[in-house]
Design a protein around this ligand. Structure first.
Ligand code: NOJ
Length: 517
């Protein structure tokens, strides 16, 4: 029998990965033996999806290969000064060439699902009038088939932040209603080409972040904002985020309508949207702050979820924004009836909220007339992390899931992202990065909190950890690491961290001990 030398190479790398995982598992069990409470895989239904998450722009690299066009994030990352460490994602994890190795990593952890995104610029490099790129389709077919061979369910996101630059320039991005048809066509191609094997779809990832940072703050493409925010050429921070959001909501509806009418019955899959969620608590024990926290919540995920599920924007938003909030026409409302099958929750942290009637202006949440902070009388809401606005607050997971359950009548949910950042520069020793016990503690306490919500009846179907491996963290470049696997960007060597072993042990049903929360 002919043996491909690369098989041998992969084999020995696999052995090495397994050896490291075993070594780390001894450390992880020792480390946790001081604790009390415990949770394991058996606490969750056997059909529950346990996976890891990534996105195309952050891991694929090959930024101009096989007819891929430039996306708006390719452009932004090449403008000097925009990315904290001056880096870009031309190569990043080189996953486009190393996807087989990366699937082996998932296999060694033992996940049963993988959340990834499909690059619009690979499938339709010039938009719908430019024709489909068969090489882009072929890449995702290879990826999906290889996942299925390992028993890993593909969970695909159609749009994770970046869009083809040609659509940004030609249409003016999401400010133009025509992007709905462009997205609809892209979605249709993906359902047609991959839907026989992909049974879980999300239309958009964190559109609330895309429009807030793209059109209010101005730090994400297309860098539009009013004076007083970032350094933007033009824009209007008080109206454009709402217009862009309106078009994304309708683009979601267009894709779901297509899925329902042309594919869903035959393909038997489900479709949803993944929202960025933060749990907000009143800063002071006063009615004003309680109301402010409710406003902050409504201005976040419900901004998109209320129109999709209930047919219109939250009343809290209408009251403050008035005519700044676009209206849905009769035909929009008909389209919105296609709704969704599940809500994807990306959840990392919680913040305090203070009523601030005069706020308005600068900051991501100003329009909700609130101030957010992680600090109450000098005491942080939870342990600080490498990200300024991110604190470790496990209870937030239970709270946000219960809030979503109540607001949307216990619709199915997936935790599409949860994860922990490490700060890193060329001076950070590898040993420190591999020994990520803070991440282990974060994940296990958040999972316990999630389980508490499920015990109260929340219909949660799966949980994805961000991320399989370190990758390009948007404006922070490579200065933050979220991965189970450390990536050496010079050599592309992936090395399991303590957390990879923890997840493996957890999925293996080994009892893990958890601190009292
Ligand atoms: C949210 C985004 O979906 C993902 O792209 C990002 O890397 C993580 N959170 C961590 O910030």
């Amino acid at each position: 029998m002919h043996t491909d030398p690369t098989d041998l190479l992969f084999h020995s790398e696999r052995m090495e990965t397994k050896r490291l995982l075993v070594q780390l598992s001894i450390i992880v069990l020792g480390m946790l033996s001081f604790s009390v409470d415990c949770i394991d895989r058996t606490y969750f239904p056997s059909s529950f999806l346990f996976g890891t998450a990534t996105s195309s722009f952050q891991i694929e690299g090959a930024y101009l290969e096989d007819n891929k066009s430039l996306s708006n994030w390719d452009i932004l990352t090449h403008i000097p000064g925009r990315i904290r460490d001056g880096s870009n994602a031309e190569i990043t994890d080189d996953h486009y060439h190393r996807y087989m190795e990366d699937i082996e990593l998932m296999e060694s952890i033992g996940v049963n699902a993988y959340r990834f995104s499909i690059s619009w610029s690979r499938i339709l490099p010039r938009g719908r009038l430019g024709g489909t790129n068969s090489l882009g389709i072929a890449f995702y077919n290879r990826l999906i088939n290889a996942l299925l061979l390992k028993g890993i369910k593909p969970f695909a996101t159609l749009n994770h932040y970046d869009i083809p630059q040609e659509l940004e320039v030609g249409y003016g991005g999401w400010l133009n209603p025509q992007l709905q048809e462009e997205f609809g066509e892209f979605a249709d191609i993906c359902f047609r080409e991959f839907g026989d094997r992909v049974k879980y779809w999300t239309t958009f990832n964190e559109p609330n972040i895309v429009v807030t940072y793209g059109y209010r703050i101005g730090s994400y493409p297309p860098n539009r904002c009013s004076r007083g925010f970032e350094d933007c050429w033009s824009g209007n921070s008080s109206t454009e985020p709402y217009v862009a959001a309106h078009h994304i909501i309708l683009a979601h509806a267009t894709a779901v309508e297509t899925y329902r009418s042309k594919y869903q019955i035959k393909q038997e899959g489900a479709i949803g949207i993944a929202m960025s969620t933060t749990w907000f608590e009143p800063l002071r024990n006063i009615t004003e702050d309680y109301k402010a926290s409710q406003r902050a919540l409504a201005f976040n995920a419900p901004w998109f979820l209320d129109p999709i599920i209930r047919g219109d924007y939250p009343s809290e938003m209408r009251q403050i924004l008035g005519s700044r909030l676009p209206k849905f026409s009769g035909s929009d409302k008909r389209k919105l009836q296609s709704k969704l099958d599940f809500i994807g929750i990306n959840h990392y942290t919680s913040l305090y909220v203070k009523d601030c009637p005069k706020c308005g202006a600068v900051g991501p949440k100003g329009d909700a007339l609130v101030l957010t902070t992680g600090d109450r009388d000098g005491v942080p809401i939870g342990k600080k992390t490498a990200m300024t606005d991110m604190f470790v607050v496990p209870r937030g997971m239970e709270k946000i899931v219960m809030y979503t359950k109540q607001r949307y009548e216990n619709i199915s949910m997936f935790i599409t992202e949860n994860g922990y950042p490490q700060k890193s520069d060329h001076r950070t020793p590898l040993k420190i990065l591999l020994n990520d016990k803070e991440r282990v503690e974060y994940l296990q306490t958040y999972l316990t909190s999630l389980h508490r919500a499920m015990r109260q009846g929340a219909d949660v179907r799966g949980y994805f950890i961000w991320s399989l491996m370190d990758n390009f963290e948007w404006l922070s470049g490579y200065s933050l690491r979220f991965g189970f696997y450390h990536v050496d960007y010079e050599t592309q060597v992936r090395t399991p961290k303590l957390s990879a072993t923890w997840y493996q042990e957890f999925l293996d049903n080994s009892k893990l001990l958890i601190n009292e929360l």
